[in-house]
Design a protein around this ligand. Structure first.
Ligand code: 0RA
Length: 651
């Protein structure tokens, strides 16, 4: 082995060791999320190969030993010698940080900073990794391991334990990578079938025509395989999102275009719903917080439709233009961008910041959608959309008046409008908490049991209005929601301003029964539809009350689930009594404080939106007009316990 080679090697190993020293910097965390990032990294590379027209099929296999295989039928990673590094291309890709063609440009932030960091990161954080490449009629293989070195007294990451070997003849081309996440790095190395299936399905929609397979060999009951392939791409995505809604025109509008290095695809279909469902992606990454591309899309959509409405007599000379939000009532749209030098901003780094994306979308949508709508055969769609918007504008005006009245009432009656609200004395919103409590009796206990310095209580009487079936003006004039909106001070919908939020923790507290689950679902739907930022900024929580009280004369303890109950009973000894709480109202103020409100002892779960498109679909199914899909959904997801419920809802 020559001197130069050794020198090279040392440098390489230091690179991978740096990844192991700070995994969080490369994959975000060493929990479930970070673990799955390893897989996304490899899937991204394969998708890239497919998106560029070199691969048609990608498969992911979860093995019994928790290793994972990602295979594609692309060109295969190059096997020839890298001149400067004096090692085969394959070895470069797996041992050099940021190696590989797509990382040559430092600013080419392909995927938002967390994944897209290179196959070398996967190697560094794996116990072992094996790669097979089929190219030019031959099969090649190389293996890497992360082993403990007793001399160095540490694990040396991702070291090649074989050279790249020519195994023999082979047909076709492609890359197959199998890796075992290292249990010395990750809290748990078991990947989640549902999480992976959901993301692969999304990728199949975003990359129309690519066949993506998933097989979980750890599942033995037969239902362990999925295959996704959507020749219609975004068109099929919109169809899927609207499956349980009522479209008001049969054809899905689709167009694509490229400007200033931004390639954009857009699919649109309107339904009779009152909500706006726009989902955008940049390089296959969801931009949940929107950004410049959505802004450009919206402004062009508004302009094209206003121009058309005026030209075709829907708007008279004296009429003012319709507002953007009017043209977006009932819209379902997916926007997918491919571009370089992506800048992500916002609280959760899911907001696109590139200004060229705004101008590109403005230009593409104006031209293509303008052209589409001008076709005489599309006059019917134009009429339907514009008439819906005119109706929406009228309702918006009514809602504005309702809001006006509420504001006046507000300033006149001050706190008495929120008469039911027991506010707190502290004035720092960052420290303050608002409990939205089911029922007057629980509300009463909460008011007495709380720490009034930072905890405010808002009791809800009966079931609130199901907002999914209502228009904004009806939501605003509803007493329960009116009170919540006033208490939070943020405004709602387009007026929503997170800076005015009076309580940085908003905690929903409902009973652990069917009714409580329904009330919680309605409240989640309300926040999801009208105050999404409350969720994306991490302010919304669900409080978990205990299910059982166990006492044995001397001690009283609480159990929050059946497993805990069993453990408690064991601990308590022979003589004990168990009380099952049927509702929050059964607890006295002290008990409610101890079990559910005291920050030191309570259990609360933060509500998050992992996948906005899926969350939207589920909210529609669970809260919308169509009864059949809901029945079906509930019967196929029979295990409807509390925690499952909001996981299932996707929020
Ligand atoms: C660099 C160059 C070439 C292919 C790839 C990378 C490649 C990487 C991965 C990772 C997973 N699957 C992949 N497939 C291909 C092409 C070199 C050439 O043939 O010209």
């Amino acid at each position: 082995m020559g001197k130069a080679y050794r020198a090279n090697n040392i440098q390489v190993l230091e690179g991978l060791d740096a990844i192991r020293a700070r995994p969080g910097m490369y994959i975000g965390s060493t929990g479930q999320r970070g673990l799955h990032h390893l897989l996304w990294e490899l899937v991204d590379n394969a998708i890239d190969e497919a998106a560029n027209g070199f691969a048609t099929e990608i498969s992911v296999t979860l093995h019994e030993d928790n290793s994972v295989t990602v295979e594609d039928n692309g060109r295969g990673i190059p096997v020839d010698m890298h001149e400067a590094l004096k090692m085969p291309g394959v070895q470069v890709v797996f041992t050099q940080l940021h190696a590989g063609g797509k990382f040559n440009n430092e600013n080419y932030n392909y995927s938002g900073g967390l994944h897209g960091v290179g196959a070398s990161v996967v190697n560094a954080l794996s116990r072992w990794l094996e790669v097979e490449v089929r190219r030019e009629g031959r099969l090649y293989r190389q293996r890497f391991e992360s082993r403990y070195d007793p001399q160095l007294k540490k694990v040396v990451a991702g070291k090649p334990v074989t050279p790249l070997e020519d195994i023999g003849k082979a047909e076709g081309t492609g890359t197959k990578i199998r890796f075992r996440p290292d249990e010395r790095v990750f809290e748990d190395i078991r990947m989640n079938f549902d999480v992976i299936a959901k993301r692969l399905k999304e990728l199949a929609y975003l990359n129309g025509g690519v066949i993506i397979r998933l097989c979980d060999e750890r599942i033995k009951d037969g239902n362990n395989k999925r295959a996704f392939c959507y020749d219609g791409g975004l068109i099929d995505f919109v169809k899927y999102l609207n499956e349980d809604k009522n479209p008001i025109h049969p054809d899905i509008v689709y167009f694509e275009g490229e400007r200033e290095g931004v390639y954009a695809q857009v699919a649109i279909q309107y339904t009779d719903s009152y909500t706006e469902s726009i989902f955008s992606y940049v390089n296959n990454i969801p931009t949940t917080e929107g950004g410049t591309h959505e802004t450009g899309f919206k402004s062009a959509l508004t302009k094209v439709l206003n121009d058309y409405a005026r030209k075709n007599g829907y708007l008279k000379e004296k009429d003012t233009n319709l507002a953007g939000e009017d043209f977006r009532e009932g819209i379902t749209a997916v926007i997918s961008l491919k571009m370089h030098n992506v800048q992500f901003e916002g609280q959760t780094k899911t907001k696109l910041g590139n200004s060229e994306a705004r101008t590109a979308l403005e230009s593409i949508v104006s031209e293509q959608f303008g052209h589409y709508i001008e076709q005489p055969s599309n006059g019917e769609i134009a009429r339907i959309v514009i008439e819906k918007a005119i109706k929406a504008a009228k309702v918006r005006e009514a809602a504005r008046k309702a809001r006006e009245i509420m504001r006046k009432k507000d300033s006149l009656e001050g706190a008495s409008l929120v008469g039911k609200l027991a506010s707190c004395t502290g004035r720092d919103p960052r420290l303050n908490e608002l409990f939205i409590v089911e029922g007057d009796s629980a509300g009463g206990s909460a008011k007495q049991g709380r720490d009034r310095q930072f905890q405010a209580i808002l009791p809800l009487r009966g079931k609130p209005l199901n907002v999914e079936k209502k228009r904004l003006d009806q939501v605003l004039s509803n007493e329960e929601f009116g009170t919540i909106i006033t208490a939070l001070s943020t405004g709602i919908g387009e007026d929503f301003n997170i800076d005015n939020l009076k309580y940085h923790k908003v905690i929903i507290l409902s009973d652990a029964d069917q009714d409580g689950a329904h009330i919680r679902a309605i409240l989640l739907t309300f926040f999801f539809r009208y105050m999404k930022e409350l969720i994306t900024n991490g302010h919304l929580y669900i409080g978990l009350p205990p299910l059982y009280k166990v006492s044995n004369g001397t001690r009283v303890e609480y159990a929050y689930n059946d497993v805990e109950l069993k453990q408690l009973i064991k601990k308590m000894g022979k003589k004990y009594t168990v009380q099952r709480y049927k509702g929050l109202g059964e607890m006295n103020p002290e008990q409610l404080w101890e079990t559910t409100m005291d920050p030191k002892r309570r259990r609360i779960v933060q509500v998050t939106i992992e996948d906005a498109a899926e969350a939207d679909r589920l909210v529609t199914i669970l809260m919308g007009n169509k009864v059949e899909p809901r029945r079906e959904y509930i019967s196929t997801h029979a295990n409807f316990n509390k925690t499952d419920f909001f996981q299932e809802m996707g929020v």
